[in-house]
Every structure is written in structure tokens, then in C-alpha cells.
Write a protein that binds this ligand. Structure first.
Ligand code: FAD
Length: 522
């Protein structure tokens, strides 16, 4: 049993002092608190071989944003009488060493649903529990606890936004108490504590300020941006997505709070509460899915689906994703699926063959803004330079890469977004790529569409769309965004044909297939 009454507050995301229940609990009744951040060299250190500056996992803009957020957190903690302790190394090893050497009775950290943290946290929690250290790990990165929603839905994540809303209802969190002081930092013994490093110290060449993303990291900037957005109550009340100009760069059409939510510099619960307060004071306001609250609920939706779906970030073994050709498409595997048994990849009767191509030249042209389509190339330049783009811009380039024109596998585009976005978020990024490439979610929406419209559902008369419970533009995306560039382009037609064939095959496989067909498949 540990003898002291100190706490270790382990920061990962949640880089804030406002609405931080883990920090509040760590501070309560403790003689000392160790506020710790561990630098994982794989995440931050320069990879000289990367195709654009950054580490293997993150582009330079996100690394810089993170360092700024840590410096801001350190400064806020100092105002409360504490400071941020920075250590470097493999996180679980560093944590276990600290728990061994420091005066720790309570280990506190925000609960994280990402698979990386689930595995890491299990290791650390097991060690702490065996050592008699109390572990406190509250859900505060999201408004709802994804596990609660999944439980309410009989153990499965809801696969549509509307069913998510129904299950979720009104949230019932209470914001944590604002701290006015903190217990002092405990004795760190022989541990070599670092300052928050600069980019230069991590091996990066300092660039001219204008070459970086214009968005500065940190809680102070997050709260300033939030105040600025909320000060225009009419704008908040009338917010409607997808309306808004995706090419507005000087004053973006949306809040640009995503990188702050990603790192937890801004509490999503606090954001939600502030929006509700604005709504109370206006006569009328928009509603989900298009309102600002609706945007936050999209985030919750993707977190819930991601948490409840094994292998969410890949095609193989992901029950909600259409499967790929190749090994998974062997006739034997199809036959197993038709029999209702699980195929090799663990899929249920959800097999579809989207023949994504593997053309690295096309991928490189997209990544390096060399497609020849100015709108697409401009967005890809913005991704590299800023690490942030408007939702509709992301929408355009993701469609273009996948089902729209190039028919390149969504996982490849996802990887590039994952590295370069400053708001790169495991659940949201994968969820949107699955959605945009038509590899999941949408297929359920168009499954009742008559065959003659399945390739071009937007050409179906409204009465047919209503009957199919799929209004184009509401339940399924309009082809609109790309249409002025490529609608009649051969590539686009070719992609639609391939996607249509894959969906038709899925329909055949997923149901009413004759014995004759079945025999052929065997
Ligand atoms: P606002 O419109 O001001 O919305 C407020 C908040 O709501 C956002 O900050 C975000 O947290 C949430 N939100 C808004 N739209 C969505 C959405 N479609 N799905 C989930 N949450 C949403 N967003 C990320 O945060 N990280 C990602 O890695 C990411 N990858 C994406 C990849 C693709 C292919 C696409 C099409 C979208 C992706 N998005 C991602 C969703 C969305 O584009 C961004 O959240 C949004 O553009 C961020 O800008 P904002 O903060 O101004 O949003």
C-alpha cells in the first residue's frame, strides 16, 4: 500500500484546467499532485524520411499545436501554484516508474476510448491496482459515455444519427468545479523533469511564422475562440451546416474549435452548455443535425460507433464496413456469409466487394495537390499548410479520392488526413472516411432504393425517395459538390459504375438469392 496521500494527474488529451474532473479529483484532499505529461518519441520526434515535415505519426503543425497547448497548460497550472512535469519515453514504462518512485495514492486520468489508449490504460491500471493505488478515470472527453449508449441499444452501437439521438436523449453531466488553487508538486526524486520542448529541441527547423497553421494551440486560445464565436448570438442561433462557404479562409464559416476539442483544450461539455445558454436567450434556433449543437452530436455519434465497432479503422474484420476483394472475396467466404456463418474476416452477412484500386501514383497526385482540379488541389495545399479545412472541403477531397474520381482505397486517404490534420481524431476521421467513401452508414440508407436508381439516386422522383426513406440531400449526399468539376468526366462515371456493381452484388448476396445462384457461388 502506498503510504502518502499524493496524486498523479496524467494528462494525455484533456489539456485544460476548466471542466476537468480528473484534475479536480486529483487535487481534492491530496497533500501533493504530480501533473504529468509523457512525450512519446514516436509521436513527436522528427522523422527525416517523412514525405512532409513531422514525425511518423503527426505533421509539424499538429506537433507545434500540441507543444503550444502544453506550454499554455503549464502556465495555467503555475497560476494555481503547480506546474506541468514533462517526461520522455514509452508512456506505460514512464508511468509505472513514476508510480513506483513517487508518493502516489491516487492515479487520475481522463477516460479515452481510442484503441491505443484502451490498451495503454489497461496496462497502467492493472499495475496501479496491484500496487494498491486508487485509479480514477472519468469520461469527460465526450458529452455522453459511449458505453452507456451502446448498453441502451442492447450492446450494439446505433448506426444512424437519428437513432443515436433517440438513445442519447438529453445529457446529464455536471461541469466540474473551477479550481482556484492546487496542492504543490511532490518530490520527484531522481526523475529528470523536462520543460515543454520547443520544435527546435525536437530537431525541427523553425520555420517562418507564416508557414505554420494560423491556429495557436492551448486552452486560453480555445476559450477565446469560443467566446468570440458565441458573442454573435444570431450566428450561433442560425448556424446551419452544410450551408456556409467552405472557401472562406480569412474568417472561416465554422468555429474552428475542432483542434481544441481534439486535444481537450476545450471541454465538449462546456461548449455544449454554452450553446444551450445561447439558445435560451434567442427566439428561434436551428436544430440537429444542422445546428452547432448538432455538430457536437455528430462527434458523439462517431465516438459511440467507433467505440462499439471492433476494427473500426479498417475494412477487414469491420462488421459495418463493406469488405474488399481478394482473399476476403473467395467463394467459400461468400458462401459462409450466405449461410449466416462468419467468414474468415469475421463479417456477418455484410459482404460487398468494392474493388478499390491500389494506385500509388494517383494517391501521390492527390496528396501533393497535383490532380489538375484547382478546387481539390487548393484544399490539399490547405491541409498541408494549415492542417485544418472546412467540412465541405474535406468532403470534396475525400469523395474525389474514393468513390468520386480516383477510386483509391479510403484507408489511404484516411492515413494522410490522420497525419496532417491538427484536429486529427481517431473516431471522427475514420467515421467520416467510412461515410464519405460509401463504405459504411450510407449503404443502409439507400438499400430500399429501386434498382434503376441505385447508381444515381438523386434522379429518383421525390415520391420514390420518400418511399425508400432516403431523401437525397438529407439522408444521402447530393452529388452536388463535385458536379461542376467532374460529373460527366469518365473517371467519375467509371467510379459510380464500380460502386453500383458492388452494391448490387451486395444486395444479391444479402438476401433473396436462388438455390441456383447459391450453387454457382459455391
Ligand atoms: P464546427 O462546424 O464549428 O463544429 C463544431 C464541432 O462539432 C467541431 O469542432 C467538431 O468537433 C464537431 N463536428 C463538426 N462536424 C463534424 C462531423 N462531420 N463529424 C464529427 N464531428 C463533427 N473532424 C475532426 O474533429 N477530426 C478529424 O479527424 C476529422 N476528419 C474528417 C475527415 C473527413 C473525410 C471529413 C469529411 C470530416 C472530418 N471531420 C473531422 C469532421 C469535420 O469536418 C470537422 O470536425 C469540422 O470541419 C471542424 O471544423 P469546426 O471546428 O469549425 O466545426
Amino acid at each position: 500500500m502506498p503510504s502518502g496521500s499524493g496524486s498523479l494527474m496524467w494528462f494525455r488529451k484533456g489539456l485544460r484546467v476548466h471542466d476537468n474532473p480528473a484534475l479536480e479529483y486529483a487535487s481534492r484532499g491530496s497533500t501533493c499532485v504530480y501533473p504529468l505529461f509523457v512525450i512519446d518519441p514516436h509521436y513527436m520526434e522528427l522523422d527525416p524520411n517523412a514525405y512532409s515535415p513531422g514525425s511518423t505519426r503527426a505533421g509539424i503543425n499538429r506537433i507545434r499545436f500540441l507543444l503550444e497547448s502544453l506550454a499554455d497548460l503549464d502556465s495555467s497550472l503555475k497560476k494555481l501554484g503547480s506546474r506541468l512535469l514533462v517526461l520522455k519515453g514509452e508512456p506505460s514504462e514512464v508511468l509505472i516508474r513514476c508510480l513506483n518512485e513517487w508518493d502516489v495514492r491516487k492515479l487520475c486520468f481522463e477516460y479515452d476510448t481510442d484503441p491505443y489508449y484502451q490498451a495503454l490504460d489497461d496496462k497502467v491500471k492493472n499495475y496501479a491496482s496491484a500496487a494498491g493505488i486508487e485509479v480514477f478515470s472519468p469520461v469527460s472527453h465526450t458529452i455522453f459515455d459511449p458505453a452507456d449508449i451502446i448498453e441502451k441499444n442492447g450492446g450494439r452501437p446505433p448506426l444512424s444519427y437519428q437513432s443515436f439521438l433517440k438513445l442519447a436523449g438529453e445529457p446529464s453531466f455536471s461541469l466540474s468545479v473551477e479550481l482556484s488553487w492546487m496542492p504543490p508538486v511532490g518530490d520527484v526524486g531522481r526523475c529528470e523533469i523536462l520543460q515543454v520542448p520547443t520544435l527546435k529541441e525536437l530537431g525541427y527547423v523553425e520555420k517562418h511564422q507564416d508557414d505554420f497553421t494560423p491556429f495557436r494551440g492551448g486552452e486560453s486560445e480555445a476559450l477565446r475562440r469560443l467566446r468570440e464565436s458565441l458573442s454573435d448570438k444570431e450566428w450561433v442561433a442560425n448556424f446551419e451546416k452544410p450551408k456556409g462557404d467552405p472557401s472562406a479562409y480569412i474568417k472561416p464559416a465554422t468555429t474552428v474549435l475542432s483542434p481544441y476539442l481534439k486535444f481537450g483544450c476545450l471541454s465538449s461539455r462546456y461548449f455544449y452548455q454554452c450553446l444551450k445558454d445561447v439558445y435560451k436567450n434567442v427566439k428561434r434556433h436551428t436544430s440537429p443535425p444542422v445546428s452547432l449543437v448538432g455538430q457536437l452530436l455528430w462527434r458523439e455519434f462517431f465516438y459511440t460507433v467507433a467505440f462499439g465497432t471492433p476494427n473500426f479503422d479498417e475494412m477487414k474484420g469491420n462488421k459495418i464496413c463493406k469488405q474488399v476483394s481478394g482473399d476476403e472475396s473467395t467463394e467459400f467466404s461468400r458462401w459462409l456469409c450466405l449461410k449466416g456463418e462468419k467468414g474468415k474476416n469475421g463479417c456477418d452477412c455484410n459482404l460487398i466487394l468494392i474493388p478499390w484500386n491500389d494506385d500509388d501514383k494517383l494517391l501521390a497526385a492527390w496528396r501533393e495537390a497535383r490532380t489538375g482540379y484547382p478546387w481539390i488541389d487548393a484544399i490539399m495545399v490547405q491541409l498541408r499548410k494549415w492542417g485544418w479545412m472546412h467540412h465541405l472541403a474535406r468532403h470534396s477531397v475525400a469523395c474525389f479520392l474514393t468513390r468520386g474520381d480516383l477510386f483509391v482505397h479510403w484507408e489511404k486517404g484516411r492515413d494522410i488526413f490522420e497525419r496532417l490534420l491538427i484536429d486529427s481524431d481517431w473516431a471522427i476521421n475514420n467515421g467520416n472516411w467510412l461515410w464519405l467513401s460509401c463504405s459504411s452508414f450510407f449503404y443502409q440508407r439507400i438499400s430500399d432504393m429501386p434498382k434503376e436508381y441505385i447508381y444515381e439516386p438523386w434522379t429518383a422522383p421525390l415520391s420514390v425517395q420518400t418511399k425508400a426513406k432516403c431523401i437525397i440531400g438529407r439522408d444521402y449526399p447530393k452529388p452536388g459538390l463535385l458536379s461542376h468539376l467532374v460529373l460527366h468526366d469518365t473517371a467519375s462515371n467509371e467510379c459510380r459504375k464500380k460502386m453500383g456493381q458492388a452494391y448490387a452484388l451486395n444486395q444479391r448476396l444479402n438476401g433473396r438469392v436462388s438455390e441456383e445462384d447459391l450453387r454457382k457461388l459455391r
